[in-house]
Design a protein around this ligand. Structure first.
Ligand code: SAM
Length: 260
């Protein structure tokens, strides 16, 4: 088949995986049943997609770059839908409403420039995947699974860990991509937790405030009234009144939000 030369678009974060063993490893990181549904964000030239469609359940792929069509069109069948649009600007739930499925999974080698917005959308749109396997920059993977008190621990770490058990599975060298990006990557597993859905919005607002100004104490960021309400919980957890948000673990945050 004749295919025009593909021009890589940096603006779309295009770094295509070329190592088949790594592709296998990613795809084998999730186990699905035939009545489940997989979303892939950014199928590109189909490195992961080709193997995802063989898993036997339905797959929907969202891709922004129509020039990838020659590489993906042969995969289209009853179990595979390809949607050309900007994942960040679509109503994913309206696509999902066309499907009947048991569990949702999300698999992606994410475009690096919008890693956090994509994950935020998945959470805020309440897609509720049972699990996600996402390739991200190595430094970003470290931030996702950072421990309290470390330099990488921040608002997004706490937000993510409220919803998901986050685990870095393995690193991937930059030379495994074409074109070669500036930094190494890592594959991260996210498994949905039994989180309190009724508390989620309040929790998010609270941690946004708690981490508002990095150098300030929690008291400064929350204001005295709110801080005094949660102070007994902080003290019980062994923190002093000059504590900063980045020292506080997820469980203590949850206890504080329940108290407010
Ligand atoms: N999955 C392929 C692979 O592993 O080789 C490609 C991964 S590449 C890092 C990221 C892909 O996401 C590209 O195909 C890019 O065009 C696509 N992409 C970038 N921004 C997007 C967006 N807003 N919505 C959907 N796809 C996007």
């Amino acid at each position: 088949m004749f295919m025009e030369k593909f021009i890589v678009k940096k603006k779309f974060g295009q770094n295509f995986l070329k190592n088949d063993l790594i592709i296998e490893k990613i795809v084998n990181s999730i186990e699905v049943n035939h009545d489940d549904l997989i979303i892939e964000v950014g199928p590109g030239k189909g490195a992961l997609t080709k193997k995802l469609v063989k898993k036997g359940c339905k797959v929907i792929a969202f891709e922004i770059d129509k020039d990838t069509y020659p590489y993906l069109k042969d995969l289209e069948n009853d179990n595979f839908s390809l949607i050309y649009d900007d994942f960040l600007n679509i109503d994913v739930n309206s696509y999902l409403s066309d499907y009947q499925y048991h569990d949702l999974y999300i698999v992606a080698n994410l475009p690096y420039y919008i890693t956090t917005p994509i994950i935020t959308k998945i959470i805020d749109d309440k897609l509720c995947p049972k699990a996600m396997i996402l390739m991200v920059q190595k430094e970003v993977a470290d931030r996702f699974s950072a421990k309290p008190g470390s330099k990488d621990y921040g608002y997004f770490t706490v937000k993510l860990n409220y919803y998901f058990a986050v685990e870095k599975l393995f690193n991937v060298k930059k030379t495994e991509f074409n074109p070669v990006p500036k930094v190494d990557s890592a594959v991260v597993s996210f498994k949905i937790k039994d989180y309190d859905k009724n508390l989620a919005k309040k929790f998010d607002n609270f941690i946004k405030d708690a981490f508002k100004m990095k150098r300030k104490t929690l008291k400064n960021n929350l204001g005295s009234d709110l801080f005094n309400k949660v102070l007994p919980i902080l003290m019980e957890a062994g923190f002093g009144s000059d504590v900063r948000a980045e020292q506080i673990d997820l469980e203590t945050f949850i206890k504080m939000v329940k108290e407010t």
